[in-house]
Ligand binder design. Sequence first.
Ligand code: EPS
Length: 385
Amino acid sequence: MIRFTTAGESHGEALVAIVEGIPAGLIIDVDNINLDLARRQKGYGRGKRMNIETDKVKILSGVRRYRALGSPIAMLIFNKDFENWIEIMSPVSNESDNEPLLRPRPGHADLPGLMKYGLKDFRDILERASARETAARTAAGAVCKAFLKEFGISVMSYTSQIGSVVVEDGLIEDEKFWSNVESSEVRSPDIEADKKMKELIDEASLKGDTLGGKIVVVAKNVPVGLGSHVQYDLKLDGRLAQALISIQAVKVVEFGYGVKLAELFGSKAHDEIFYDKTKGFYRETNRAGGVEGGMSNGEPIVITCTMKPIPSLVNSLNSVNLKTKESAKAEAVRSDVCAVPAAGGVAEAAVAVELANALTEKFGGDSIEDVKKRVNDYKERIKFI
Ligand code: EPS
């Protein structure tokens, strides 16, 4: 089983990720993890915090001489900004004379968190609720991506919508498509859309407003049969959906045609099955998005995530002062105008962890060579059933 946990507050000293279950022998390349962290920091519409941080991981355990030991891999990402917050965030002193945050932001964890945990200053909630935590998830995901790569499985993402600007076609088999994505500041495959998205982000920024959008995550070369139809919590789509919807601001997760399926006749909603002597079973469409009956079906897994506009607005929404109970504008805290491009890398990480977990569930873990052998045997068995 591959699983991970994270710790850390946005302006605390560091973020922590602990990944368990990575088979021994897997090569762990810190530079690759750092590349994913850098991708997460980029994106048109990011806030000023990203000028302060240069996220890099320090591996504390579970790796020796570049190879996983099979023991928990603990990783640390220092928050450079901590030095500006030592007084406010110190776990060992009470010297700060900072006023508590009292005007909760609608759409954020501030108010429900404060009520649930019986606290008085909603900084105690926002620090952990912040999307800063996704840096730790990205590090965990990068380790899982390295594991998946051993089996030829790749996980990529692109931005398909920001505000009202929509990218129509996802030519996911086209290499140019992906190189456009990686060179676009909004991770759009379409140069025209890239321009319009940036204009819209500028407009939102000028108005003190924010923007959401859609990300498409694509996992290729996933073997048939990850996940299972036999129990609700084994279904691969259910597990992927949970991992993705837990990303800050993600409100909708769709597989393949997703919500569009509601308007179609059944005859146009599924992927008919064909057989060819050399290819074996194949499909001409991928409306299911690579998952049928809670199992991967060998087609690319295609998932669209909708992200709401970030609820930290410079031009704040109406709220209430927790002390006086009078109407007041919500606290305006530093934030991003649009984090959709950054969220692509986070969504890749979430998918990578779930796929890596499902892979070890089916084929076992412990040693990377053992897993490879079992995957190859299985692929041989199902080749021409
Ligand atoms: C983020 C760091 C945060 C925010 C953002 C994401 O840094 P700071 O609060 O110091 O500006 O920029 O978090 C949010 C959007 C949010 O609502 O919490 C990051 O590292 O991604």
